[in-house]
Write a new protein. Structure first.
Length: 72
């Protein structure tokens, strides 16, 4: 609803991570191992992937789903 009503771009960090895994990138291989081991993707890696998605987005208003996600 917020996406349509206010023109936000929905960005899901989980979706971004799955895309990296599917593409077979270096980051994707790291993410795949971390997830398989039950861990959380490091904050810095998540920010890098998220920033790339934000730059590529058609709008400059974002609804970010699943971030931040840190234990501490």
């Amino acid at each position: 609803m917020m996406v349509e009503e206010f023109g936000f771009t929905h960005i899901s960090t989980g979706d971004l991570m799955r895309v990296e895994i599917q593409k077979g990138t270096k980051e994707g291989e790291v993410i795949k191992k971390i997830v398989a081991d039950g861990g959380l993707v490091p904050f810095e890696m998540t920010v890098k992937i998220l920033m790339n998605a934000m730059i590529a987005a058609s709008s400059k208003k974002y609804l970010i789903d699943g971030f931040p996600r840190v234990i501490d």
